[in-house]
Ligand binder design. Sequence first.
Ligand SMILES: *[C@@H]1O[C@H](CO)[C@@H](O)[C@H](O)[C@H]1NC(C)=O
Ligand SMILES: *[C@@H]1O[C@H](CO)[C@@H](O)[C@H](O)[C@H]1NC(C)=O
Ligand SMILES: *[C@@H]1O[C@H](CO)[C@@H](O)[C@H](O)[C@H]1NC(C)=O
Ligand SMILES: *[C@@H]1O[C@H](CO)[C@@H](O)[C@H](O)[C@H]1NC(C)=O
Length: 569
Amino acid sequence: MLRRRPLGFLLLACNALSQQTPLQSQVEASTDSVAPFIFNGLSGLLTQWPNTVHGNGHSIVPGILHPFTLLYHGRQDAKLPPSPEWLAWDPEMSFAIMVPRGGETHLATYRTMQPANIVYFDGMSAAWGDGWLDSQHMFMYGVSPKDGKSTNWWDDYGRAAKLCDWAKPRDIDAIVRMNAGFQLRSELIWCDFDSPKLQLVSHLNITPPGTPERLPFPRFPHLLGVGDEDDKDKEPPKQQPPWRGPGREPGRRPGGGRGGGPGWSPVAEIAKTGNLEWVRAASHRAASPQPHLTLFPSLMVTYYHPRLESVAAERTNKSMTNHRLTSISVADAISVVEEVNDVVERFKAGDRGSGMDWTGTALGIIEYWGDRISHMHSLLLNASEPDANATASLLAIRTLAYTLLNPYMQPGIAPNASGWELFFGMPAVAGFDGTVTAWERCTRQKTDFLSHLADLRTTQEILLQETIEIVLGRLCYDFGMIFAQSSDLVEGNPVDPFIHQWRIRVEQLMQWLDWSVWLRCEDVCPRDHVCTTPVWPIAWYVGGRVPGFPGSGDTDPDRLKPRCIRMAV
Ligand SMILES: *[C@@H]1O[C@H](CO)[C@@H](O)[C@H](O)[C@H]1NC(C)=O
Ligand SMILES: *[C@@H]1O[C@H](CO)[C@@H](O)[C@H](O)[C@H]1NC(C)=O
Ligand SMILES: *[C@@H]1O[C@H](CO)[C@@H](O)[C@H](O)[C@H]1NC(C)=O
Ligand SMILES: *[C@@H]1O[C@H](CO)[C@@H](O)[C@H](O)[C@H]1NC(C)=O
């Protein structure tokens, strides 16, 4: 059943390969490439888990908020919001932020009447913490050394004002950011409430029956202060780790009530699950993007661009969750601002580039490879057990690798070819497409046509094309090696050293890719639970452990592991 090829041939052939093809050099150089980071930024746009686990945003993307989208704004008084203020896609967060403060809660519901222009900052860009605010901060202030590079976490109104100062003259209506969900304060910063693009739909006093009096000061400024005129003028507190949100233990203290934290009063019985419902709303976006928005990745600006050398050194040997931007040089910071300005101009002029569906392409790659990579890893772990059946393991490994690669090879016209020849070589058989190897086809088939549409591609798309080809080059190479080696192993040869080698290969690949698609709750959550990672600010304490902030050096691989959380009504 297994190919009878002497192993020496394979090794010789692979050595020869490394001296010959540009693709081989590309794969060798990929270890230090930014491609997996840009790829994760692209595939994770507007989605909760990728942005939660990778944390520190690096992408800035223009887009359109769809017309006739309902948006929500919670307040403690009956006034309508001034400009700029926050709007939520889902009412749960407006409720959870306002109601536990006691006193009245008013909910203004709006509808967009026309498509609205937005700019999106990816990552946990609406959360307070080192790293999470880097991309906004370096975008707004990084150009001037005198402004310094330390972020005033809770100066949300300062950020909103400055971002809107930049946005308004460019006809950008809103800034989209995320923490737990894309909601009020996490969120859409709407720059002008007098804009004809926004219409008030309803304005209600939604104070839950039985709500106690509003608590007097001291309250936690700004976190609670959404929509509070009086909070705006208050001196921001000095930089210190903020108390992170209502209800430290969402499972036991729903609604932030009964001593959930400073400034929180007991909530009405009927409203006690408000915080948990915010967690539920955020969990709806775990793996699917926030709807009601269309982004244009063909105009995606990224701080991972290889030209930005001043931030590259900081990333060495660090996973994405620890990538900071604080070392950015003034020149590099300015060059990003200029690129964003240029992109926004082209966006408004209707330049969408080639028309390639970049997000769909990236998500398609994750769908095709993602669960088969973790399946392969699991197979290899089992095959590493001392009592594993080597013959059966080898067959399973070879079959799974073949599944991923079969669209690219032609065993039908070269039935006697070795695994290596089929994937990396070009068997000398009449009718065989002798100019392209299966490896090249696997790597480039999705994107290489774009090289001939050079005039249509935006500069941002050139980087995305390279990114995808580097990621696929490595995926195809690693699985091509496993396929070739498992096919060509001579019967009777010891399998164990190969199992070990393949396991290391797959583990290094998984570490390099760092895909959030492998996150899951290990159990199926009961009906009254939701599966969530810790999300700031509402459920950062999920699972009885406080994860370190990005950049804190908390390298526990399980720090943001999803768990089932009980919605204790
Ligand atoms: C990064 O890790 C590699 C492999 O462990 C090591 O050889 C290298 O010295 C490290 N680089 C830095 C700057 O720590
Ligand atoms: C690995 O072994 C466990 C325990 O026998 C089994 O449940 C699981 O299905 C195996 N996984 C694979 C991929 O074969
Ligand atoms: C190992 O697996 C092979 C292939 O499935 C099977 O033919 C063989 O009987 C197994 N050997 C043992 C000892 O179970
Ligand atoms: C494949 O190998 C077999 C056995 O050596 C031989 O009979 C057959 O002709 C070969 N087929 C091709 C297409 O080369």
